[in-house]
Design a protein around this ligand. Structure first.
Ligand SMILES: C[S@@+](CC[C@H](N)C(=O)[O-])C[C@H]1O[C@@H](n2cnc3c(N)ncnc32)[C@H](O)[C@@H]1O
Length: 214
C-alpha cells in the first residue's frame, strides 16, 4: 500500500485520470479525522457563507452543507476529476443551490469582494504557486471580520518539531497576507499531529485607524 501511495504523490497535487479517481476515493476515506477537526474549528453557523480551497473529493463540503441551513458553501479545485467526484457526492445540495463547486485555481476565486464569512484549506496550501498572493485573494473575498483556516497534517514529517515549524510557517504566511489575530492550533492524531493556523480579516477601517495611530 505504501508503494502505491508513493506512486500517487503527484496525484495529491492535482488528481487526474483513473489514478486520480482512486486517489479521490482514498482521500475521502483517509482524511476524515483532520477534516472533521478543521470543521470543528470553523464553528459553522447556520447562516454562514463558507469557501473551501482544494476541495478534493468534497467530503468536508458535504459535512458543512449539513450544518449551513440558510447560508451556502462553495468549493474550488483545479482538478476536473475532483470537481466531478465532489459534485456526485454533493449532488442534492448542488441541485438545491446550497453548494456551488468550481473548477479553477485558488488564486482566482470567482466571487466578488466580501462574499464569505469563512474560508479554509486542508493539506492544500503547500501546492500553491504563490501562497501569499493566494492568501491575499482569499482575504479579498472574505467579509470584514471573516476568517481563514489553513490546516496541515504533514504525514511526511519525521518529528513533532518539524510539524510545529510547518505550523509556524503558515502563521508567517498569514501575517504577510495581512491577516490579524492569528492563532495556531494543533491536535494529536495518527500518523502525525495536525496543525491549523487561523487568521482574521479585521474591518479595514479599524485597521487603518490602528495604523494611523501607531
Ligand atoms: C492533498 S489534496 C487535499 C484534499 C482535501 N482538502 C482533503 O484534505 O482531503 C489537495 C487538493 O487541492 C487541490 N489543489 C492543489 N493546488 C490547487 C490550486 N492552486 N487551486 C485549486 N486546487 C488546488 C488538488 O487538486 C487536490 O484536490
Amino acid at each position: 500500500m505504501k508503494g502505491l501511495i508513493a506512486l500517487a504523490v503527484p496525484q495529491f497535487r492535482r488528481p487526474s485520470g483513473m489514478l486520480g479517481r482512486l486517489v479521490g476515493r482514498y482521500m475521502a476515506r483517509k482524511n476524515q479525522q483532520r477534516n472533521t477537526w478543521t470543521i470543528e474549528l470553523l464553528d459553522v453557523q447556520p447562516i454562514d457563507r463558507i469557501l473551501e480551497l482544494g476541495l478534493g473529493p468534497g467530503w468536508a463540503i458535504e459535512r458543512i452543507s449539513q450544518l449551513v441551513t440558510s447560508g451556502f458553501v462553495a468549493g474550488i479545485d483545479h482538478s476536473d476529476v475532483m470537481v466531478r467526484q465532489a459534485s456526485q457526492r454533493n449532488a442534492a445540495a448542488v441541485r438545491e443551490g446550497r453548494v456551488r463547486l468550481h473548477q479553477g485555481s485558488a488564486d482566482e476565486i470567482p466571487y466578488p469582494d466580501k462574499t464569505f464569512d469563512k474560508a479554509f484549506a486542508v493539506n492544500v496550501h503547500m501546492f500553491w504557486h504563490d501562497p501569499i498572493a493566494t492568501l491575499e485573494e482569499i482575504r479579498r473575498v472574505l467579509k470584514p471580520g471573516g476568517s481563514v483556516s489553513i490546516a496541515l497534517q504533514p504525514k511526511w514529517a519525521k518529528t513533532e518539531d518539524e510539524v510545529r515549524s510547518r505550523g509556524n510557517r503558515i502563521v508567517q504566511l498569514l501575517e504577510k497576507a495581512e491577516f490579524e489575530n492569528i492563532e495556531l492550533r494543533s491536535k494529536s492524531m495518527q500518523p502525525v499531529t495536525c496543525v491549523c493556523a487561523i487568521g482574521h480579516k479585521i474591518n479595514s477601517s479599524y485597521s487603518q485607524i490602528r495604523a494611523n495611530n501607531s
